[in-house]
Write a protein that binds this ligand. Sequence first.
Ligand SMILES: NC(=O)c1ccc[n+]([C@@H]2O[C@H](COP(=O)([O-])OP(=O)(O)OC[C@H]3O[C@@H](n4cnc5c(N)ncnc54)[C@H](OP(=O)(O)O)[C@@H]3O)[C@@H](O)[C@H]2O)c1
Length: 243
Amino acid sequence: MKKIVIIGASSGMGRKVACDFARLGWRVGIAARREDKLREIKDMFPGRVEYMTIDVTASDAEERFNKLIELIDGMDYMLYASGCGWSNPELDTSHDEQTIAVNVLGFTRMINAAYKYYKATANLNRGHIAAITSVGGTKGIGTSATYSASKRYQWTYLQAIDQLAHRQHVNVSVTDIRPGFVDTALLDKRYPLEMSVGYVAPRLEKAIITAPRIKYIDSKWAVVTALWKLVPDALWRRLEFDF
Ligand SMILES: NC(=O)c1ccc[n+]([C@@H]2O[C@H](COP(=O)([O-])OP(=O)(O)OC[C@H]3O[C@@H](n4cnc5c(N)ncnc54)[C@H](OP(=O)(O)O)[C@@H]3O)[C@@H](O)[C@H]2O)c1
């Protein structure tokens, strides 16, 4: 029986992936801050799902993450799905602080904890670390400066951890999953090319299992991002987005 730990499983994409894997018979360890939402998922899948409240911005997050791994007797896969972000053209620093705390500090803490788990267990079966980042890391977005910068940080960090694993002979794959707009609580309005959670989830799950280094969800967003990368900075600064 496969075992997965999902951080950020109380809503949106993390919740859907947790429910889908539990339905398949996997043991699923779920975490986030809202206990009522986590308990609801555990009650839907008795014996398959365990939970631990974790605030990734808190100093006890790593200890609680390790307890969650113990609750499901090990971890074959880890998915980091926690995240936050706001459209912030007025540069409200409280939003910036929250975004950096979750998407940078919390992300780093949880990816490190997963890596150290695989390193310490010297696992014979390959371990997997996956994180939902975003196409938003492609270029700095003026109205979402901290969010886009935090996602670029996540891209770079995952690449670094993948290299570290190779160097330290740690048997783990590292996957950076980059969706475009998805209809979840994170978005405050409708956006172009928006995808439903139901459409995205099977693609996410395939990426978690097959473990490519980088996965764009979906092909049209891969094309959009490829074109986006080609936009020269002189033109990029003139474009008006309202993200
Ligand atoms: N929706 C999109 O358009 C989109 C596009 C590209 C990438 N993404 C990325 O996808 C990931 C998942 O987002 P989503 O769209 O599924 O949004 P969501 O429904 O808002 O889910 C966010 C999750 O993060 C958790 N979280 C927030 N702060 C946390 C904290 N301090 N400690 C632990 N968990 C925390 C939330 O749980 P609690 O509040 O219970 O703690 C929730 O489970 C994020 O990284 C987001 O940036 C989203």
